[in-house]
Structure formats: structure tokens, C-alpha cells
Write a protein that binds this ligand. Structure first.
Ligand code: ZN
Length: 281
């Protein structure tokens, strides 16, 4: 029950991250640090808010996402336990406040925020703090301390600007919310933010072509490429099933019942059903 409540909370945050960011977000999360490799870590917490990937180099630190503004001090404290190097870059995988909330404070402290151009547009539309001065389109690179990080957009999924961050030497991929891991964290299509259930499986096909073993999801525990593949198949199953029901002239309520029973969608995904019915007919 407790887990379900926290899941409900995170899904709410994911969809209304921008709004919550404006409100200052919830209380700081209790953080754990997961060591992936000697120089690559994930600052993780019990589902809320999203994961932070940390790359340590001898020229500075690169982060992927930075939770809410209220988590800033604790994130910096965790990074300080790993290295005295300054945080030089923050890649925001998408615009939601549980992934970009720390951006403004990171910038004040000297870090450069990078997003896809599309994600910047959603940040501008939402008047979100911590906007990037540097963006990329489809593919970008960051080189720091002899290590290279590759940024990819493979298309629409959770939002219209989703970025995958690839660490080729580590064989690790950070996905943002294009992949959330856990039985009770199904896909969440943010239609207002450019998301697409129709494109989602093909976007993940692009990511799966990269050569990696380990996956850092937007929310949930660090996992494997096989789990990302399973999640991709579930996004295709939603797409196929809803389209089939629309061909059969099923009602919105009938579709909603199937999404809950077969795909574990919950009340916070319910607001995506109208968009799903328009997109998948
Ligand atoms: Zn999100």
C-alpha cells in the first residue's frame, strides 16, 4: 500500500512537475548513492523524484537531471562525498520539474545546463527556471576530463523532447522518463508536453540500437538492457491494444478499464486517455 501511494505521488509529479516546480516542490528526498562503475554513480531515492546520474572526471562532474530545487543541497552533498571536483554540466532529459528543479541553483553555482532544443521550448512555454543556454538537436556530445558523453533524441515518447544520455565507455544509458522501471510504473504520456504513445516504441527501438548493458531509468532502480526491451514491448502492446479497441468502437470507459487491468495504468494516467484515443484511432 505504501508503495502504491508513493507511486501515485510520483506520477502526479511527473505530469505536473512544472506546476510543482513553481510551488517549490515537496520536501527533500532521502537519497542513496548507487555505484555503477568507479567513476559513474546514480543518486537514487524511493521513486520520488527522478534519478540523478553522476559522472566524475578530473576536470569536473557531469549530472543527468537534478530532481527538485529542494533536493539541491542533498545532491551537492552526495557529489561532495564522491569528489571535490565542481559540477560542470547538467543534462536535463526532459522539462518536468522533478528532473529540472535544481537547474537554477546549479547554474548559480557555475554549472552549464544542456537540453534538447525541444525541451528548452517546453521550459520556455512553462516559464520554468533554470533554462539552458546550450541545446542540441538529435545528437550532441560533451567531452570532459578525457571522457565522452553522447546525447540522443530518437523521437517522441514521454514528452516531445526526451533525451537519452549514453556513456559509451561505460556501456551505460540514462533514459529519463522514456523508461521508468518497476511493476507499478507504467508509461506516462504527457500529451501537453509533446508526448506520444504512437511513437514511443519506435523511440525506444532507436535507444536499443546503442551498445550498452546497464540502464538508469528516469524513476526506479538501475537495471539492464533486457528490462528496457521488455518495457519497449509493453509500449507497443498498449499502442496495438488501444488501436484495436478503437477499431471495435469501444467506449472511453471500456478502454480505460483495459488500461487499468492489463497495463496497470492508474488514476494519474487517466488524463492521457483522451490524447491516446485521438492519437491511436
Ligand atoms: Zn517526466
Amino acid at each position: 500500500m505504501k508503495r502504491r501511494l508513493s507511486l501515485v505521488f510520483v506520477l502526479s509529479i511527473a505530469l505536473f512537475g512544472a506546476y510543482l516546480q513553481g510551488q517549490g516542490g515537496p520536501r527533500p528526498s532521502v537519497l542513496d548513492v548507487v555505484k555503477v562503475q568507479d567513476d559513474l554513480f546514480v543518486i537514487h531515492n524511493a521513486v520520488v523524484p527522478g534519478n540523478v546520474t553522476v559522472l566524475v572526471t578530473n576536470e569536473g562532474v557531469l549530472l543527468v537531471d537534478d530532481k527538485f530545487a529542494v533536493d539541491y543541497d542533498n545532491i551537492v552533498a552526495e557529489v561532495r562525498k564522491l569528489t571535490p571536483q565542481p559540477i560542470k554540466f547538467v543534462i536535463s532529459t526532459h522539462h518536468h520539474g522533478d528532473h529540472t528543479g535544481g537547474n537554477a541553483k546549479m547554474q548559480e553555482a557555475g554549472a552549464q545546463v544542456i537540453t534538447s532544443e525541444q525541451t528548452r521550448k517546453y521550459m520556455v512555454d512553462g516559464n520554468l527556471p533554470g533554462m539552458p543556454m546550450t541545446t542540441f538537436d538529435r545528437r550532441g556530445f560533451v567531452h570532459l576530463g578525457g571522457k565522452s558523453v553522447e546525447l540522443y533524441q530518437f523521437g517522441r515518447a514521454h514528452t516531445g523532447g526526451d533525451t537519452f544520455v549514453y556513456f559509451p565507455a561505460h556501456r551505460v544509458l540514462s533514459t529519463g522518463d522514456a523508461f521508468t522501471f518497476g511493476d507499478e510504473t507504467p508509461q506516462l504520456v504527457d500529451y501537453a508536453g509533446g508526448g506520444s504513445a504512437k511513437d514511443w516504441p519506435y523511440t525506444l527501438d532507436g535507444a536499443l540500437q546503442l551498445d550498452f548493458d546497464t540502464v538508469v531509468p528516469g524513476h526506479g532502480l538501475v537495471t539492464t538492457k533486457a528490462e528496457l526491451r521488455k518495457f519497449r514491448d509493453s509500449t507497443m502492446a498498449v499502442r496495438t491494444r488501444v488501436h484495436q479497441m478503437l477499431v471495435e468502437k469501444k467506449t472511453k470507459d471500456e478502454i480505460w478499464q483495459v488500461l487499468q487491468s492489463e497495463f496497470r495504468w492508474n488514476q494519474f494516467q487517466q488524463r492521457s486517455v483522451d490524447g491516446l484515443m485521438i492519437e491511436l484511432q
